[in-house]
Design a protein around this ligand. Structure first.
Ligand SMILES: O=C(O)CCC(=O)C(=O)O
Ligand SMILES: [Fe+2]
Length: 312
């Protein structure tokens, strides 16, 4: 079965990212199809370094007082405690059974950070500059005209000189503490509100997705050396719904509910001012029947307000 066959099946597609070097247009074609169908796919041969997951265990093992020293700030960077975040406000009675730490954007040139970092992460350098390839491949897939930035269109919206909500999040899901795991959840059902998410999972599964027009949750098993990519709401807006931003959650699975789970997510979030004022002409939404179109920027801001109102 070729990769394209896989894309057409119900399974979550696996795309070989070494194609970016050898055949960019085929790579773009495969990624476009995956974004249109499910909005979730795996990348293999991605070149990202996954060793950081081990390091995050050391961070979460620290005493609570240590972690609380840098609790989440007004820019949403810092430590978020267990139960402090509620991803599914409609159905969750208690917050997510997870703790996490949000990093602001950083790079190899020691750019100033919008936050203080815990000592354990001081030596941390960006391993994520290669993410820009993913943004390039999306612009190629959408054929953004040369006059508007061509393959650099998305990347330029996330550049260092622009205000942006890009965020690296390390997450720890402790073992369950309740007998009835139906009521408790590691991460409630939600769609991501940024442009695109790169997710590293390791060893312990539990991530599930709800494909569009479906009522059945589909597991996203951990495949070693594969990262999971998913489209966020912003890209769904930018592409007028062509790319899908779908609901996902992390559940307590029977076989792993007594184990710790660690994951790392990199969320691309262009700043809302950038999103409001810049949609490539090819993607400008058509206003039909006087329906008011909510811009991606407005949507993003609303969703951030709702998610974080519990914290402040
Ligand atoms: O930890 C995971 O596998 C998923 C996390 C997630 O969906 C999120 O933080 O938005
Ligand atoms: Fe998510």
């Amino acid at each position: 079965m070729t990769d394209i066959d896989i894309l057409q099946s119900k399974d979550i597609p696996i795309i070989d990212f070494s194609l970016f070097e050898t055949n960019q247009s085929l790579c773009a074609q495969q990624i476009k199809l995956a974004c249109e169908n499910l909005g979730f796919f795996y990348l293999k041969n991605h070149g990202f370094d996954e060793k950081d997951i081990e390091e995050t265990k050391l961070y979460f093992d620290q005493p609570q007082e240590e972690k609380q020293k840098l609790k989440i700030n007004e820019h949403y960077y810092g430590y978020i405690d267990i139960r402090q975040e509620v991803l599914d406000l409609e159905t969750q009675k208690i917050g997510d059974h997870k703790e996490s730490f949000n990093f602001s954007k950083f790079n190899d040139n020691d750019e100033p950070l919008a936050q203080d970092l815990p000592p354990l992460f001081h030596e941390r350098k960006s391993l994520f500059s290669s993410f820009s390839k993913i943004l390039q491949v999306l612009a190629i897939a959408l054929e953004i005209p040369q006059s508007e930035g061509d393959k650099y269109w998305f990347e330029s919206k996330h550049s260092y000189d622009l205000k942006s909500g890009d965020c690296l999040r390390v997450i720890h899901y402790p073992p369950t503490v309740t007998d009835n795991d139906q009521k408790d959840i590691r991460a409630g059902s939600h769609s991501d509100y940024g442009s695109l998410t790169v997710l590293f999972q390791k060893d312990i599964g539990g991530l599930e997705i709800l494909p569009q027009n479906s009522t059945e949750w589909v597991p996203v098993p951990v495949i070693s050396n594969h990262v999971v990519i998913n489209i966020g709401d912003c890209l769904q807006f930018w592409t007028k719904g062509l790319f899908k931003s779908i609901k996902h959650r992390v559940v307590f699975r029977k076989d792993t509910r007594d184990l710790d789970r660690y994951s790392i997510a990199y969320f691309f979030h262009a700043g809302s001012d950038v999103i409001l004022n810049s949609i490539p002409s090819k993607l400008i939404p058509q206003e039909d029947n006087n329906t008011k179109y909510i811009t991606a920027g407005e949507h993003l801001q609303n969703k951030i307000n709702v998610t974080y109102q519990k914290i402040y």
